[in-house]
Write a protein of this length. Structure first.
Length: 403
């Protein structure tokens, strides 16, 4: 059974290849004609959307992982209109920060309302200044001139053997999970966000695309942690400007030594079941519930393997553990409060300091008769730091190891 140092991350999404993406590039390093034609068509539409005059366009380029050797399944195709901002200013009547904010807002609105891809790779549009310096190690290809502006240099990189990189990625992932689960305040969240963004920006300017900090950022983005942090920032900001009814008071009561119940204002909001294993049996007993060899189909075996590897790596040997299975009847409409769920989880973590907590967000689908929102429930678990895995039939399961 695989037992990797990297299994907490399942596997690094960062990759480095011996050749450019063969889906997009010919063997001679020239972009395939159908792709170039489609990107030029896209660029024209994007230009008109931004109201950029033809005379301002100095070039149209693509960049990013798909214009380098570090492309992955998560890579975009970054398409940039290289424009003379003085001409743009004359046309639009705005300049400086106002012009930059206008272009950024255009990009944001476009991204929210369009989903355009080339062979599953999203096109990410942008407008950049014609006098902007190209950073080190960045691949830049002109689709207007059909030639390289800066060809990427092939390097000898092996991300999965870089334990310092893995350590730093894990640090930031755990920090983000902790900030969300503890409902970090707005000031702390903004400082942390600024730290990540500024760290990346300075590193690219100084050391280029393959700087240590930029690789950390890319992995955080690919693994969904940048999105998690962005969503939490947005949620916190919206909550600050909102006025809601006082949150109902939560409580926990034990029915017996194995079963407990969650209550909100006297109404049952869920339950949990706990089994305490001995030092010798803990890890094996928990792993047996997810043995891939017991799968009834290849697809289920694939899903169980991921869960098994994660738990096998996360749970220590020879430690007495409590295994808790949580069933929240949350989220009722009136209980859409992250603080309530956080209270329940934190209380259990204190009660069972060495434990594996398992939650089943269940089927994610449409059920107009249901009292809870499955998607919202899944979102809450992720914010509380649970590692979510998919199961067959559109079901999900989540784990939180409480050390």
């Amino acid at each position: 059974m695989m037992n990797s140092y990297f299994s907490l991350l399942e596997k690094l999404s960062l990759e480095y290849h011996e050749e450019l993406n063969p889906k997009l590039w010919k063997e001679n390093g020239i972009l395939k004609s159908p792709i170039e034609d489609k990107l030029l068509l896209f660029a024209k539409v994007w230009q008109e959307y931004c109201h950029i005059p033809d005379e301002a366009i100095k070039d149209i380029v693509i960049t990013g992982g798909n214009v380098n050797y570090n492309y992955t399944e998560f890579s975009d195709i970054d398409l940039h209109l290289v424009a003379d901002f003085e001409i743009v200013t004359k046309e639009l009547g705005i300049s400086g920060t106002t012009l930059e904010e206008y272009l950024w807002d255009k990009k944001t609105l476009w991204t929210l309302t369009h989903d355009i891809k080339i062979y599953s790779y999203p096109i990410e549009p942008y407008v950049e200044r014609s006098d902007q310096k190209i950073t080190k190690d960045k691949g830049v290809y002109s689709i207007k001139k059909s030639k390289w502006i800066q060809k990427p240099e092939k390097k000898n990189l092996n991300f999965e053997n870089d334990k310092e990189l893995i350590r730093k990625i894990r640090y930031y992932q755990r920090t983000i999970d902790k900030m969300i689960s503890s409902s970090a305040d707005e000031e702390s969240t903004e400082k942390f966000w600024d730290k990540i963004v500024n760290m990346r920006r300075a590193a690219i300017a100084d050391k280029g695309e393959f700087s240590f900090e930029n690789l950390v950022f890319k992995e955080l983005r690919n693994s969904g942690y940048i999105s998690k942090l962005k969503n939490y920032r947005q949620h916190s900001y919206d909550a600050k400007l909102s006025l809601e009814a006082r949150a109902p008071a939560p409580s926990i009561e034990m029915d017996n030594k194995n079963v407990g119940y969650f209550y909100v204002n006297g109404e049952e909001a869920g339950e949990y079941r706990v089994v305490v294993y001995s030092r010798k049996r803990s890890k094996k007993s928990i792993l047996n519930n997810f043995d891939p060899e017991d799968a009834w189909s290849p697809k289920e075996r694939e899903y169980l393997q991921k869960i098994y590897d994660y738990l096998n790596n996360e749970i220590p040997e020879n430690q007495s553990l409590a295994s808790l299975e949580i069933d929240f009847l949350l989220v009722y409409k009136e209980y859409r409060n992250l603080g309530i769920a956080s209270y329940f989880i934190e209380t259990l973590k204190q009660k069972y300091p060495s434990s594996v907590i398992r939650v089943t967000p269940a089927y994610i689908g449409q059920d107009p008769e249901a009292k809870f929102n499955p998607k919202l429930r899944l979102e809450i678990y992720e914010k509380l730091g649970f590692k979510i895995f998919r199961l067959p039939h559109n079901e999900y399961i989540g784990f939180l190891y409480n050390k």
